[in-house]
Design a protein around this ligand. Structure first.
Ligand code: CP
Ligand code: NVA
Length: 327
């Protein structure tokens, strides 16, 4: 059933109802099948899309760019040193200028308030491509991947291990609550989302029959899980905290013991990527113990991380088509 999302921002999944999220996932699956069949749309023809990036990106940047081109839009990359934002010009002024020039704006950066201000003043749809607090387009790709593997989201037993109060933990918790899932954050005591956000998630969960668990115990937390999920132990901008995070989060590494502790041979492993798993990157060479997922799990039959990465493009396309496209 088509939902009318025209003109809407996507700042967090709190902005959308469960029905609207289902609609975006269904639209993503259609757009994915169409692309596989060589069918492209022109729903974004002549639209100009600003892609603002204060932080680096592989998946989000390329997903927005290719999704724009597939649907006939022009993407314009605006890196942190390319525009005046934050240095000589306020967010509010930048929003009003870019809103006059562009038809839609993606923002990736540090403060969540920046994307909120863009959304308030631009007058065109604004999409959050990751802030310190939320990463909503990632969750759509994650949930599309879960649906591709299990056919549904409701009741799915989903354990997130690691830094339990970063942008991914916050966003997965809200998404899981909206979709009625059995969601567990498995992290050291005190590394859970802000109390106010947990309260919001609990209120949503009461309406959707979602179950939310916060535990420091790995074996209990992952028992019977359908999905194991982890993210980097130190997010972009937190590089100085790496030694401390390794010490705190090493017991939460997703390795074969954790997979076995689910008791489910069909469990899938997801990671938003980039991931530390084999020590072969510059940062991993500097910090040999930084490894939130072991190589054998990352390369196992359980891992669906590259389907998930591809799904960034289909889901981001669906968000732009639904909020801006001439369908
Ligand atoms: N998952 C994700 O957002 O990846 P990038 O940082 O490469 O965009
Ligand atoms: N928590 C990670 C997610 C990367 C997609 C970060 O913010 O760096």
């Amino acid at each position: 059933m088509a939902e009318n999302l025209k003109g809407r921002n996507l700042l967090t999944l709190l902005d959308f109802t469960p029905k609207e999220i289902h609609y975006l996932l269904d639209l993503s699956a259609i757009l994915k099948a169409n692309k596989r069949a060589g069918i492209y749309g022109d729903t974004l023809k002549r639209k100009n899309i600003a892609l603002i990036f204060e932080k680096p990106s592989t998946r989000t940047r390329t997903a927005f760019t290719v999704a724009c081109v597939d649907e006939g839009a022009h993407p314009e990359y605006l890196g942190k040193n390319d525009i005046q934002l934050g240095k000589k010009e306020t967010v509010k002024d930048t929003a009003r200028v870019l809103g006059r020039v562009f038809d839609g704006i993606e923002f990736r950066g540090f403060k969540h308030d920046t994307v909120v201000q863009l959304g308030k003043y631009a007058g065109v749809p604004v999409w959050n491509g990751l802030t310190d607090t939320f990463h909503p387009t990632q969750i759509l790709a994650d949930f599309l991947t879960v649906k591709e593997n299990f056919g549904h989201l409701k009741g799915i037993r989903f354990a997130y291990l690691g830094d339990g109060r970063n942008n991914m933990a916050n966003s997965l918790m809200i998404g899981a609550a909206k979709m009625g899932m059995d969601f567990r954050i498995v992290a050291p005591d005190g590394m859970y989302p802000d109390t106010a956000l947990i309260d919001t998630a609990k209120k949503i969960a009461a309406e959707t029959d979602a179950k939310l668990t916060f535990t420091a115990g790995v074996a209990d937390g992952v028992k019977d899980c359908d999905v194991l999920y982890t993210d980097v132990w130190a997010s972009m901008g937190e590089e100085d905290k790496i030694p401390e995070r390794i010490r705190l989060l090493k017991p939460y590494q997703v390795n074969i013991n954790v997979v076995n502790a689910t008791g489910n041979d069909e469990v899938i492993f997801l990671h938003c990527l980039p991931a530390f798993h084999n020590g072969e990157t510059d940062m991993a060479r500097k910090f040999p113990d930084i490894k939130e997922v072991s190589e054998d799990v990352f390369e196992s039959k359980h891992a669906k991380v590259f389907d998930q990465a591809e799904n960034r493009m289909h889901t981001i396309k669906a968000v732009m088509v639904a909020t801006l496209g001439n369908q």
